[in-house]
Design a protein around this ligand. Structure first.
Ligand SMILES: O=c1ccn([C@H]2C[C@H](O)[C@@H](COP(=O)(O)OP(=O)(O)OP(=O)(O)O)O2)c(=O)[nH]1
Ligand SMILES: [Mg+2]
Length: 152
């Protein structure tokens, strides 16, 4: 069962030379985001560029968010990941979806107009109603973290 999601097509190439946003396979979790640029963009090693997706969404439901994630092929083979790690799209955001694209690799990479350079995943979330306390009920983990359970 798919979740209705309002989307504005900000770039006129959608519905023409670019198909409407769609999931690549029947059970893909991510909706690929395209580089809505007008000319090829060479990202030098270490360089970051904020690339428009040509889309705007309005999630609206505070029980949902969306995240922008790298595509594994671009990330692993070409070092093209996100400058902000993971993009979080708030349910009340109505602006253009932007992709912070970072070349973490050691070779230049050229992004062409319309390339699918990242992906969007819609996720359920729970917002916290914070309760300030002085102590927590002791848990087995306590304050252990950052590898305190070892690696083997
Ligand atoms: O990769 C991203 C990350 C965020 N956004 C948009 C959607 C999101 O709802 C908004 C704010 O994102 P975030 O909260 O991460 O940025 P901020 O630095 O906290 O900005 P703000 O103070 O506007 O919340 O920016 C994008 O378009 N792409
Ligand atoms: Mg924020």
């Amino acid at each position: 069962m798919a979740q209705a999601l309002q989307v504005k097509l900000l770039d006129p190439r959608f519905g023409g030379e670019w198909p409407l946003p769609a999931y690549a396979t029947e059970h893909s979790a991510g909706l690929d985001l395209r580089a809505a640029i007008d000319a090829p963009l060479l990202l030098a090693p270490g360089e970051t560029a904020l690339i428009p997706s040509g889309l705007a969404i309005h999630i609206g439901d505070p029980g949902l968010c969306a995240v922008i994630l790298p595509r594994s092929g671009l990330g692993h083979k070409h070092g093209i990941v996100l400058g902000n790690g993971t993009g979080l799209i708030d349910a009340d955001y109505q602006g253009p979806l932007m992709i912070s694209t970072w070349n973490r690799g050691d070779a230049g990479y050229t992004i062409s107009p319309g390339d699918r350079i990242a992906q969007l995943v819609l996720l359920p979330i729970v917002r916290a109603a914070l309760q300030v306390v002085d102590t927590f009920e002791e848990s087995a983990r306590g304050q252990g973290g950052f590898g305190h359970t070892g690696v083997r």
